[in-house]
Design a protein around this ligand. Sequence first.
Ligand SMILES: [Zn+2]
Ligand SMILES: [Zn+2]
Length: 459
Amino acid sequence: MNAELAEVTATMRGRGEWEHRRFFPPGPKLALCLSGAESTLADLSETELVEVAAAARRQTAWAQARELAAIAELARRRARDEQDDHPDYRILSAHESVVEEVAAALSLTSESAATQVHLAERLHTDLPETRCALEAGQIDLPKVRAISDLTDHLPADVTATVEEAVVERASEQTTGQLRRRIRRIVQRLAPEQLERRKREAIAGRRLEVWETPDGTADLSLRDLAAADAHAIHNKITAMAHTLRQDGDVRTLDQLRADLAHQLLRGTPLPEVARAVQVEHTEPSATAAPEPTTASGPREHDTASVLADVIDARLTQVTEHARMQGRLNGLSARLQLAVRDIDEQLATVRDALCAAADHRHIGYRPPAAMRKVIEDRHPVCVFPSCNRRSNRCDLDHTTPWREQDGKGRTCPCNLAPLCRRHHRTKQTSGWALFQPWPGLLIWITPAGTWHIVHPERHLE
Ligand SMILES: [Zn+2]
Ligand SMILES: [Zn+2]
């Protein structure tokens, strides 16, 4: 018997801590088994380490099911409370408001939060078995997403049939296998739905560009008809092969990228190959421009001290409410607390504002003031928003009123808000304060808060 086999046999015979825990269901007990210092892992066999990894994944699925259940419950309550007889388009709907709350709480973009809320709602209406399988740790979140995504907009009976057919085996399949299986079943049960989905996707075809963490940019043609995309790829690949045969040392990937680049810049096809060769021998030496940094005044030190004070105060208010068992209506109490701090600061803030002599008479801030605000907040001041401030409105945090000097047009009372988060601010339960120039405090309907500092940069 060789050494490897001996080890396997010994492991199988051994009575390790993790034996019989392969199907241990997730929940508080499994959490206890999984907790403990990292050093305890050193005592486990390799088989047991794999079991621990699998168990931790089951536990993660369980926790994700809890997260989605909480979101679904919040969405359900808000929808129930909404009076929908006269929808007001100046404010967010109950559903949109929940999306923004989730975005702020989980640090997600509005789009990701909307996806998360939608998934939570689907699990609690159309996909009960999928929800149970996630909570039991049998399938993970990517598989849940696959099931939800591919059954979205299907008739209810088809969704139910698909779910029943795929959930059980999903635990042994990869996400890719699961997707293909669902597609086959839908193709059989509702082929016209798949066809419609494809048409809708093609109607949404687009060219996208986004910056990468390496300082490069990706350019992508999205949702073309599959035949068109393959035809383009094949043609460029064939040209790249020809260049390689002629002795070009670049990789196939590099050549495909360089050829596509030339074609998209409008170089006629016959000249592309030549252009690509010339370009390669004379690399362009355009230096990237130095990024400009906004250097703000010292007032930011004060802002960060104030942020700590406000955070401590709001924590205190929350703890107090929790002890009294009065967490409902917390949002209003937090707003009161911030308003209080805001009033305490009014005298010193007004004196600084007068000394700076930067107020503007009239509603619309002049260009120079706009620049100051945009340097201070290069993006919308909602905590998870990345919309550039030069594409936002400058919002008067306290609404503009000329007569009594309230809500004045000056850097003490302006901040960039994109259209969506402008509506968020107007929605009942939400509040936004600017107790110090550039320091913004959001209070959400559920009674949490988010502090946005000056000089918040694009991330
Ligand atoms: Zn001012
Ligand atoms: Zn925004």
